[in-house]
Design a protein around this ligand. Structure first.
Ligand SMILES: Cc1cc2nc3c(=O)[nH]c(=O)nc-3n(C[C@H](O)[C@H](O)[C@H](O)COP(=O)(O)OP(=O)(O)OC[C@H]3O[C@@H](n4cnc5c(N)ncnc54)[C@H](O)[C@@H]3O)c2cc1C
Length: 409
């Protein structure tokens, strides 16, 4: 082999080797990128699984079902005091029913005369796997305006809803609740139909034979309004040394016997608590008219009860006017905006006065019907929402603008 031939072979061999090396590198790189790709896909799958699990968890904590579920009125029972109880079974027949925490309420979406109406009603019994119970008082016109129309939805329930009818119901929710398994002493007090959430608490405690010290106060006008006379008879017959039941009649009838049908003249209040409770060392749960709850709250605070041990629930929003700083509130979908300054109650009221339709339910920050997305700006809550407010959204029924605001409404 000549020198030139040898040199040629060397170049050819080197070229082939380098080509081989390049190909090998590319194949390795491809293999590696395939591995990287596979690894990336694996991580993505893992992330997706985690996100889905977290979403499931959020949905579960928001309620046992999303949106509305159809329920059939299994039983309609006329109680005393203008109250009617409705026992609701799931239309799909899927049992057991998801449980609830005593004190929670159901939200009903109804269509009355072509208008959508939303109202909340407390669950009035202990959890039962077969049915939920709500007890609804027919709402009459206010005393100072007897010519006003009667309550729309409560009248509809009393007059138009019959056994077998279907209702659209949102899952139980609400934060005015007790954990029946805890051991702290309890004062449960309810006036009129406001007894419903504390009745559910009491019945749940009795069901599990709780050993907690429990004082139960029920305030009504007289025996003709006592919708829970049978329950009280049953509790008393159990002779439980830890359970103390007190009925207060503000206008007893001649046939109402003190000591038998009721224990106290007048209304449930702080003076009675001070007279009957062995100390102030209780957790207090009150539901009734706004002024009663306010006077109990003030009285308990004055008596030295820490704020975190005082719990109450209003069926009707107690609205207070507060001064808001000047702000422009814009409603994107309605293409409207308004200038706000001075005294205002809630963002929902501001919108309604402006003719902007934001659907609402409880008006106490508890049902989530009015939840609206914030496009820009901030809100300030006048009372703490009782449900989780999604980030980037607000509950207009309990907040006011904090500076310029754009809402998706
Ligand atoms: C968390 C929660 C739990 C609840 N639980 C219960 C429960 O267990 N049981 C229960 O019975 N209720 C409960 N409520 C109250 C219930 O949701 C309704 O607010 C109640 O039934 C009244 O609704 P309505 O449609 O009948 O009355 P609405 O039509 O809303 O009317 C309310 C009042 O305004 C008066 N009114 C109507 N129009 C006028 C007018 N033009 N001028 C002046 N006055 C007028 C009516 O006469 C009535 O007195 C609960 C509320 C909340 C927020």
């Amino acid at each position: 082999m000549t020198f030139l031939e040898a040199a040629g072979w060397t170049v050819l061999m080197c070229g082939t080797a380098s080509l081989f090396l390049t190909i090998t590198r590319q194949v390795t790189a491809m293999r590696r990128s395939k591995e990287v790709f596979r690894e990336e896909m694996r991580l993505l799958r893992e992330r997706l699984t985690a996100v889905r699990a977290s979403r499931r968890k959020t949905e579960e904590s928001a309620g046992p079902w999303n949106g509305t579920r159809k329920f059939r009125v299994a039983k309609k029972l006329i109680e005393k005091g203008g109250i009617c109880s409705f026992y609701l079974s799931p239309h799909d027949g899927k049992l057991p029913l998801p449980s609830f925490t005593p004190g929670q309420f159901l939200t009903f979406n109804l269509n009355i005369g072509g208008r959508n109406e939303t109202r909340c009603y407390s669950l009035s019994d202990s959890p039962d796997p077969h049915s939920y119970r709500v007890s609804i008082k027919r709402c009459v016109p206010p005393r100072d305006n007897p010519d006003a129309p009667p309550g729309l939805v409560s009248s509809f329930f009393h007059d138009a809803i019959e056994e077998g009818d279907l209702l659209d119901v949102l899952a139980p929710r609400g934060a005015f609740t007790i954990d029946p398994t805890e051991g702290t002493p309890l004062v449960l007090s309810g006036s009129g139909v406001g007894v419903t959430p504390v009745l559910s608490m009491m019945k749940s405690l009795i069901d599990i034979k709780s050993r907690r010290e429990i004082y139960f106060f029920y305030g009504i006008r007289n025996g003709a309004e006592n919708m829970i006379a049978d329950d009280i008879r049953k509790w008393n017959s159990l002779n439980l040394s830890n359970v103390h039941v007190h009925l207060c009649f503000s206008h007893p009838l001649p046939e109402d016997t003190k000591g038998e049908d009721f224990q106290h003249d007048g209304r449930v209040g702080i003076d009675l608590f001070k007279e009957l409770l062995p100390s102030n060392n209780f957790d207090y749960y009150t539901c009734g008219p706004g002024p009663m709850m306010q006077s109990i709250r003030d009285g308990l605070a004055e008596w030295g009860v820490p704020n975190e041990r005082i719990h109450d629930e209003a069926f009707i929003a107690v609205k207070k006017s507060v001064d808001v700083k000047a702000a422009r509130v814009s409603f994107r979908k309605s293409a409207r905006s308004l200038q706000v300054s001075g005294a205002a109650t809630t963002l929902l009221d501001l919108a309604t006065e402006e003719g902007i339709n934001i659907p609402f339910g409880c008006c106490t920050g508890g049902c989530g019907t009015c939840m609206t997305a914030i496009i820009s700006g901030k809100v300030e809550y006048e009372s703490t929402p009782k449900i989780h407010v999604e980030s980037g959204s607000c509950l207009p029924c309990v907040c006011l603008p904090d500076g310029d605001l754009v809402l998706d409404a």
